[in-house]
Design a protein around this ligand. Structure first.
Ligand code: GLA
Length: 677
């Protein structure tokens, strides 16, 4: 398989393993210990230079390569490859001093100070010039270095500075709008500026959606999200163009943040990389953070169009940026890592190699903790390195999702603009509910955009896909018409790409395929609920649906407890062309949603990976001659699973059954050359 990541793992001799390495934080003596311990832990790849700009270029026009020269040579001499960052994510103080106007400005007009990272306006010409010069010099210096196997463009584009409201951004926004709409009437039309007397007579009258008296114009705000994401994408392209020109042999990546980052369209950045890499951190407040992990891994695979991808960052234990930074339990890091591996990662990296002694991230865990090699985390990191070496044969194999889940940043932006029917409706909540329902069924899904090619999927699900263009709606209708099984969650298909309501009855873009009209959206107060006829309690959202060909599968109870749509359809099914389309007219709890999806998936032929007890996560990677079944036990009970194959990395199979102890992970190699009995 000829894929840049496969080339990288071939060079490394297996699964990529390592983390961000920030040697500038430490005296030179420590570097020698670093490389020795990296070897000991099985580290074969480190990310260098993410925050090195002020060392590489201590003054304008003056480069000092001594640190990077020495570190890259040292790593290479110890057989450790480098993912070299372009270092543009943290402009040095001299840059800000020289260009105070390049600092980002908030929606309320505050210009942010220097003193952190990503302190730059994405549209700043001064930043572009300085960053491009740095990348050019860096590529010329290290493009041929034998340690270099991947370019790491910037770092987490837009993590801290995506939305800038300064005058430079305003100018760039206007240019972007001119390009998009060509004439002002078209813009006035789709933004609905005749409402509240906002009609623009000159492009110069248009500003970013800064803080104002009441609701901002939603079309303007939605376009501003797009513009901000595009402004960073322009910077990404500028860097990649330089790297490809000077060092074409080296593949390019950037660490996309998946659902951790609302402000940039992850698909757009992933599409511009030779290999896809992502960062994931467990949300500590979520007791089932491993489901969030799985969701993001499946999104990474969706972004990589099914090919293997690289987990660029996760944590060995606690992070330092959540309200309470919960440490990982013994064994949890391994479980997390192998869960990413199961879902298609060919590399597992951490932030960071050595825990900082000073600075803003000293309370963030690392592979080598403050306690050094005495620490529990180190011992686990070292053991994981050895285990990954034993699992190297899985590299290059692929996960095939039977189901596509449509996930879209544009819907995320639009659904959470101001003045919606309910501010309780959060996009990620809906996505999580639907994902969790599939996860508990052990049905593998790919998270893909609404314009993805859906033909190979047995079923497609669309949680609260509020924004849907006619083009993407056609994609869904065609899929069903040709025999597909589609399930759509409430408040989907409501507006077009400009946040204009599709007229003629909601959900305008999907009315025909669903065979219904949602006559009214009836959000519930926080303290209220509605009852379904089977006793299920639903919260937050109810729709009064009129059937137009669909069949109600489940109704709201026909009593006052049934809520504002009592007696009406809550779940419907519609035969359309050769396929079937389901709709949920409420936010079903995960348990109820799971039953709907269980039925739909059974009819669609999308099956659980294995028959396994609850809490036992099962995923399969398929290679050319073997498949690898990963079984991950998230419970406190021992699980027994019937399997056909042999254990990898120490797993034992007796009489066709494998035991998965509580908190453990086993991998089973299945021989694809033997026909199933
Ligand atoms: C992000 C950044 C890293 C580090 C981690 C900490 O992912 O890319 O530099 O700050 O957060 O979790």
């Amino acid at each position: 398989m000829n894929h840049p990541l496969t080339d990288v793992t071939r060079t490394l001799g297996g699964i990529a393993y390592g983390g961000d390495y920030n040697p500038e934080q430490w005296p030179r003596e420590v570097w020698r210990e670093d490389v020795r311990l990296m070897r000991e832990a099985g580290v074969n790849l480190v990310t260098v230079g993410v925050f090195s700009w002020s060392r590489i270029q201590p003054r304008p026009g003056t480069y000092d390569w001594s640190l990077l020269d020495e570190v890259l040579d040292l790593l290479h001499a110890h057989g450790i490859a480098v993912d070299l960052a372009t270092a543009t994510a943290a402009p040095p103080p001299w840059f800000t001093r020289q260009h105070p106007d390049a600092r980002p400005v908030t929606a309320s007009g505050t210009r942010l100070a220097h003193g952190s990272r990503q302190v730059f306006c994405p549209s700043s010409p001064a930043y572009a010039e300085a960053a491009d010069a740095l990348v050019t010099a860096l590529a010329a210096r290290y493009g041929d270095h034998p340690a270099l196997v991947v370019w790491h463009v910037h770092n987490e584009w837009g993590n801290h500075n995506a939305l800038c409201y300064c005058d430079t951004s305003a100018d760039a926004f206007r240019s972007w709008l001119r390009e998009r709409y060509k004439n002002l009437d078209a813009l006035n039309d789709v933004w609905g500026t005749d409402f509240w007397s906002q009609r623009y007579g000159d492009w110069e009258e248009i500003d970013p959606p800064r803080d104002t008296t009441a609701f901002r114009n939603p079309g303007q705000e939605l376009d501003y999200h797009r513009f901000c994401s595009d402004a960073l994408l322009t910077r990404h392209r500028a860097e990649t163009t330089i790297l490809r020109r000077i060092a074409p042999r080296v593949p390019i990546t950037t660490n996309v943040m998946g659902t951790l980052e609302k402000k940039v369209d992850g698909y757009a950045f992933a599409a511009e990389c030779d290999l896809v890499s992502v960062d994931h951190y467990l949300p500590a407040a979520d007791p089932d953070g491993h489901i969030d992990l799985a969701l993001n891994a499946d999104l990474a695979r969706g972004m990589a169009r099914g090919r293997p991808w690289l987990l660029m960052e996760h944590s060995t234990s606690a992070v330092n940026w959540q309200p309470v930074n919960v440490a990982k339990q013994p064994g949890e890091m391994r479980r997390n890592s192998l869960a990413h591996l199961a879902r298609g990662a060919d590399g597992l990296m951490f932030f960071q190699w050595r825990q900082s002694r000073v600075g803003a991230e000293k309370w963030h865990s690392a592979m080598l903790p403050h306690a050094g090699t005495e620490g529990r985390v180190w011992k686990e990191a070292k053991a994981l390195g050895a285990e990954l070496a034993a699992l190297r044969e899985v590299t290059g194999s692929r996960v095939h999702g039977d189901v596509a889940m449509l996930f879209d940043w544009h819907t995320w932006w639009a659904l959470e603009l101001q003045a919606r029917p309910s501010d309780q409706t959060r996009y990620l909540d809906a996505v999580r509910d639907w994902y969790e329902a599939l996860w508990t069924l052990n049905i593998t899904c790919d998270l893909v955009p609404p314009d993805a090619d859906l033909t190979g999927y047995r079923a497609v699900v669309a949680p609260s896909l509020y924004l849907l263009s006619d083009h993407d709606a056609d994609n869904l209708s065609r899929y069903v018409d040709q025999g597909g099984h589609l399930a759509v969650g409430c408040f989907s298909g409501v507006v077009d790409e400009y946040d204009r309501v599709h007229l003629g009855g909601n959900p305008g873009a999907l009315r025909e395929v669903l065979g219904l009209v949602a006559d009214e959206y009836l959000p519930l107060r926080t303290q209220d609920h509605a009852l379904l006829e089977d006793g299920t309690r639903v919260r937050q959202w109810v729709e009064r649906v009129e059937t137009r060909g669909c069949t109600p599968v489940l109704r709201f109870a026909d009593t006052t407890d049934g809520g504002p749509a009592h007696g009406g359809p809550a779940v419907t099914r519609h035969s359309f062309g050769r396929g079937t389309a389901w709709y949920t007219a409420t936010r079903l709890p995960v348990t109820a949603l799971r039953e709907v999806l269980r039925t739909l998936c059974a009819q669609a032929g999308a099956h659980p990976v294995v028959d396994a007890p609850p809490g036992l996560e099962a995923v399969r990677r398929t290679g050319e001659e073997h498949a690898y079944l990963f079984l991950i036990n998230h419970t406190l009970d021992t699980a027994h699973v019937s399997v056909t194959g042999v254990g990898v990395a120490g797993a034992e199979i007796t009489d066709g059954r494998v035991v998965v102890p509580p908190g453990d992970v086993v991998v089973v190699r299945e021989d694809l050359t033997i026909a199933p009995a």
